[in-house]
Structure formats: structure tokens, C-alpha cells
Ligand binder design. Structure first.
Ligand SMILES: [Zn+2]
Length: 166
């Protein structure tokens, strides 16, 4: 059986449940029902304004933002979310030093909730480098549903990768 790469690190029973949903063709409809709304953040200028507004609301005291851009080369799990269990160092000192936020372009057409989730994730990295407890506390401070959204985002990415039903 092919591994569910976006869900590596989650318990086997959860992965089994997701496989079941996929097998029954229910994952896509379930996500569409729960996350029906897209968003209007189409370009890098709008993305900057969007992330800045979130930062003003929740993290006013932290370092100023540098560039904020959509990046077509980013792989969400490898570069942004890490593997959930392991402490991830994938962000790299370079990005952190320049306070540059890169958001994978898959989020341009993703539901609004997932754009907010990833923006919150990247903003939290302005203060916490690692995916540690303090990091996730910061995420849930900015977005109370953060953990559910991160899980559902992984479902969404799994679904996208499966492609349209044959
Ligand atoms: Zn991260």
C-alpha cells in the first residue's frame, strides 16, 4: 500500500480511516463540504497585506516582515509543515534571518481556511524556529482551530495528489 506521505507521523488508525474515506470516494466531497470557500488573495501584493494584517492583529511586537510571496517551487510538507512528529529544521536560518515568508502556490487556490493556517504557521516562525510546544501554542493563539486545520490541510493535499477520480 502506498504511504500517505502527508500523514506520516499520525497514528495508524487515523491513516487507516483516511484510506477508508479515499476508498469510498468520500474524502473530496467531505473536504468540499467543510471548506467550500476560496479566497481573494491572488498575488504577492495581496498576500503581503493579508499576512501583515494577521501579524498586526496577533504579533505586533515581533520583528517586521520582509518579503511575503507565493512560491511555486515550495513543497508544503518538505518546506513548511515538516513531518509533524520530528522537530523540523527545514526553514533554514537564511529565510528566518531575512524575515521572508514564502507560501507554496498551492495555497493560492486552496480554501480560505488553509491559507490562514499556513500564514499563521509562518508567522509563528518569526518567534519560534522549531516546531515545538511554544510554536504550536502561538499558532493556536492566532487561530484556535489551528491543529484541526493542519490535519485537514494534510487531507486536502492528499486529496489533490490523488487527482480527479478515474
Ligand atoms: Zn514550520
Amino acid at each position: 500500500m502506498e504511504p500517505l506521505k502527508y500523514l506520516a507521523g499520525y497514528p495508524p488508525h487515523l491513516q487507516a480511516r483516511v484510506r477508508e474515506l479515499i476508498g469510498q470516494g468520500r474524502l473530496g466531497p467531505m473536504l468540499a463540504e467543510k471548506y467550500g470557500q476560496g479566497h481573494a488573495v491572488r498575488n504577492d501584493g495581496q498576500l503581503y497585506a493579508y499576512v501583515q494584517a494577521l501579524k498586526d492583529r496577533h504579533l505586533r511586537q515581533s520583528v517586521p516582515l520582509g518579503k511575503v510571496v507565493y512560491d511555486g517551487r515550495l513543497q508544503v510538507v518538505k518546506h513548511a509543515l515538516g513531518t509533524h512528529t520530528a522537530v523540523s529544521r527545514v526553514h533554514g536560518g537564511r529565510l528566518k534571518a531575512s524575515r521572508e515568508i514564502r507560501i507554496a502556490s498551492v495555497f493560492r487556490d486552496a480554501p480560505a481556511e488553509f491559507l490562514k493556517m499556513i500564514a499563521v504557521h509562518e508567522l509563528a516562525h518569526l518567534k519560534e524556529y522549531e516546531h515545538n510546544k511554544a510554536f504550536y501554542q502561538l499558532c493556536t493563539h492566532m487561530e484556535p482551530d489551528y491543529l484541526q486545520l493542519e490535519f485537514d490541510l494534510r487531507l486536502y493535499l492528499t486529496h489533490l495528489e490523488l487527482g480527479p477520480p478515474a
